[in-house]
Write a protein that binds this ligand. Structure first.
Ligand code: KIV
Ligand code: NA
Length: 269
């Protein structure tokens, strides 16, 4: 079997062919993503797209580990990164190490991701010094939605300085790559040009070193709402609703099951 990509392999892709990244939360979807992706992220977006939660805040370490184990069974080549959920790392480096060590040991992930810039630099340094590759995540950090006052673009105008400082701090702390979420394209391009590590954009810029989307969003499977930065490459929820409608009609009309779906005394099983 093919050897899986490592965090160092991903870091070495700075400035090369753009990194293809998607989220996944289950084994069958991980298999589909693995065919094309360099990185598969078990995102805490799992709480909203699979569990119907109103934000990522209620997601627990146990949920991330369970979904991480499922995704690991579907991957051969992609680097698996698992999100550290809200409340599992913010107390400080020691708590973050305990949580990250459980994720790495129990799922086989090749790296963890955590949200935050300057104020997370010490924690990122602590983890990377102890053998845990960290993907940083700055700009719009959904776990801070209550402090940010909604899911707004971050780093507009004068506020760009704050995002630039965050990018520099997490890089200096040893992150192997950095997610830039919902920042102006020109700012994403500047960070991509300045930093020695790959930037992975979501609502950022085509000039980033890679792109990531929530797979349920790009498949049109989660269609409660569509952020501007999402492009739908399929309409799976629409297809699924039509399929359930057809099934219901055929059951009511006694058209399903048909002859080819049923068994007789003589026929093959
Ligand atoms: O949880 C998630 O899916 C993420 C990506 C959108 C970057 O953090
Ligand atoms: Na996330």
């Amino acid at each position: 079997p093919q050897k899986a990509l490592t965090a160092s392999d991903i870091r070495a892709r700075k400035g090369g062919t753009p990194l293809v990244c998607l989220t996944a939360y289950t084994t069958p979807v991980a298999r589909i993503a693995d065919a094309e992706c360099d990185v598969v992220l078990v995102g805490d977006s799992v709480g909203m797209v699979l569990h119907g939660l109103p934000s990522t805040l209620p997601v627990t370490l146990e949920m991330m580990i369970l979904h991480g184990q499922a995704v690991a069974r579907g991957l051969e080549r992609a680097l698996m990164v698992v999100d550290m959920p809200f409340g599992s790392y913010e107390e400080g480096p020691a708590q973050a190490l305990r949580s990250a060590a459980r994720i790495m040991a129990e799922t086989g992930a090749g790296a963890v991701k955590l949200e935050g810039g300057r104020h997370m630099a010490e924690t990122i340094r602590f983890l990377t010094d102890r053998g845990i590759p960290v993907m940083a995540h700055i700009g719009l950090t959904p776990q801070a939605v209550n402090a940010l006052g909604g899911y707004r673009v971050q780093g507009k105008g004068e506020d760009a300085a704050r995002i630039l400082q965050d990018a520099a701090a997490v890089t200096e702390a040893g992150a192997f790559s950095i997610v830039l979420e919902k920042v102006p394209a020109a700012l994403a391009d500047r960070i991509t040009a300045d930093l020695p590590i790959p930037t992975i954009g979501i609502g950022a810029s085509a000039g980033c070193d890679g792109q990531i989307l929530v797979i349920d969003d790009m498949l049109g499977l989660f269609d409660d709402f569509k952020p501007k930065f999402v492009k739908r490459y399929a309409q799976l929820a629409t297809d699924a609703r039509a399929a359930v409608r057809d099934y219901a009609a055929e059951v009511r009309a006694r058209e399903f099951p048909a002859a080819c779906h049923i068994f007789t005394d003589e026929g093959a099983d």
